[in-house]
Design a protein around this ligand. Structure first.
Ligand SMILES: [Zn+2]
Length: 296
């Protein structure tokens, strides 16, 4: 998506989180209001305390659903049930290897030529039609989806939100002149700002390398050839150099650095295995509609 659209989308995302934060910070009992000054101080302390708590699973899923809805509204789901079922089958196969099994993972295809994959907290994962077209076999698709499963499993976005909330709560503790309404606004705006930063500038490179390492491991443990993600990334690099649009290349570390680490991991774990299935024929059969005029 273009920069402006990204920010607009993210602001919407931020608004969703803001709504969630309002729920979190507006819980102190109304009865306290009648005790005047002291209760205001207690209220504020309670709010700061609430704002520094980690996100619950329900809150994480609420943010995730909201982000997923924004993505779907922006790109639309590619309307082919068989293709979405196939992507779910591959995604669930790698997600079954993830350390995180307290959530269900959902996968869907977005109807755009852009070459991208996205994940939202709580297990909502998307791959674009453009990215699927760039894949040559199922092990590459598995590698891309597994990278996104890695972000969800490691709670990368959740940790950025929590860290931002904690910083802001600390700042607010030192300041006593804000009333409750203003404090809520302040938290909401800053939580939104943290999300704008994540999507516009991406996660920290360390989180991306971590998602790569997790993804390669999940794909290998699921039975795929371990270098699917690496082969996809090489083509992604070429495609974007030839003008292909991708949020992935703009927000993730450079492909040569990612692939060097992936190769190192595969070598150190002795995961090279030429006999491992890449499942090219099954992939081609499941995605053939993308290569016809009607499918694109
Ligand atoms: Zn990533």
């Amino acid at each position: 998506m273009r920069r402006k659209e990204t920010i607009a989308w993210l602001l919407g995302w931020g608004a969703g989180l803001a709504a969630m934060l309002v729920l979190v910070v507006s819980s102190p009992q109304r009865a306290q209001a009648q005790f005047g000054g002291l209760s205001k101080v207690l209220n504020k302390a309670q709010q700061v305390h609430e704002a520094t708590k980690p996100l619950t699973l329900e809150e994480e899923q609420g943010v995730g659903r909201d982000v997923a809805a924004k993505l779907v509204a922006n790109y639309h789901i590619y309307k082919n049930e068989a293709l979405n079922r196939y992507v779910n089958m591959v995604g669930e196969t790698v997600a079954a290897q993830s350390e995180r099994q307290d959530i269900s993972y959902h996968f869907a295809v977005l109807d755009t030529d852009e070459i991208d994959a996205f994940s939202a907290p709580g297990g909502y994962i998307f791959i674009t039609r453009g990215a699927l077209k760039l894949c040559d076999d199922e092990s590459e698709l598995a590698g891309v989806l597994a990278h996104e499963v890695g972000h969800v499993a490691a709670k990368h976005v959740v940790h950025v939100i929590e860290h931002d909330k904690m910083l802001r709560a600390g700042e607010q503790e030192a300041s006593s002149h804000m009333n409750t309404g203003k404090l809520n606004d302040y938290f909401n705006k800053l939580a939104g700002a943290a999300l704008v930063k994540i999507v516009d500038q991406g996660l920290a490179p360390a989180d991306e390398y971590d998602a790569d390492a997790r993804g390669v491991k999940y794909a290998y443990e699921a039975g795929y050839s371990a270098d699917g993600l690496e082969r996809f990334l090489t083509k992604l690099d070429q495609a974007t150099q030839q003008g292909g649009k991708s949020f992935w290349t703009r927000t993730h570390p450079p492909v040569p650095q990612r692939n060097a680490r992936i190769q190192e991991l595969i070598a150190s774990q002795k995961w090279q295995d030429a006999g491992r299935p890449k499942l090219q024929e099954r992939f081609e059969a499941a995605t053939k509609m993308l290569r016809t005029k009607a499918g694109a």
